[in-house]
Design a protein around this ligand. Sequence first.
Ligand code: UDP
Ligand code: MG
Length: 168
Amino acid sequence: MEQTLVLIKPDGAKRKLTGLVIDRLDGAGLRLVAAKVVSVSEELARRHYRMLKDKPFFENLIQYIRGKFHEIPDSQILALVYEGEGAIARVRQAAGATNPEEAAPGTIRGSFGRVTTKGQFENVVHASGNAEDAEFEVKLWFTPAEVLHPIYPVTRGNGTKAEAAAWS
Ligand code: UDP
Ligand code: MG
């Protein structure tokens, strides 16, 4: 049994795709075990995308996930945890490839993503890439108490200042 993090990115929220994304993941047989509206701080955004900090698109990505390109008040985003056998790969499959132009038709990104004229991918959803990232990300965005039968019980990576100080 796996749990994996999904974020409805600001382009998805602005274009009213939240229900559609949830519907697709429902249809893929995945179970929703946590959901929360989060105000994405600069710190949380940087921590979430820590592995990409040297990429040329990183600073734009931080702005994007914080809703700065889509007039999202309070950097509000919907964070979800899905559970199921092989949930990590199954959510990735439903999401489609990172680049919306390469994502298969019928996937969330293939149907609804776009590449901006500046080359930024607006691909509607975030989905954890592998088991290690899924654990880190679920712990970063949620406390165990917010997840039904949490499988990552130790709160590590929770984006609070106290947590950050404890393990950085
Ligand atoms: N991204 C981008 N340009 C790129 C690669 C990535 O704008 O060439 C953005 C895109 O929003 C992507 C995010 O950075 O979803 C994280 O990149 P990653 O390689 O982890 O892709 P993902 O796991 O989201 O498919
Ligand atoms: Mg990734």
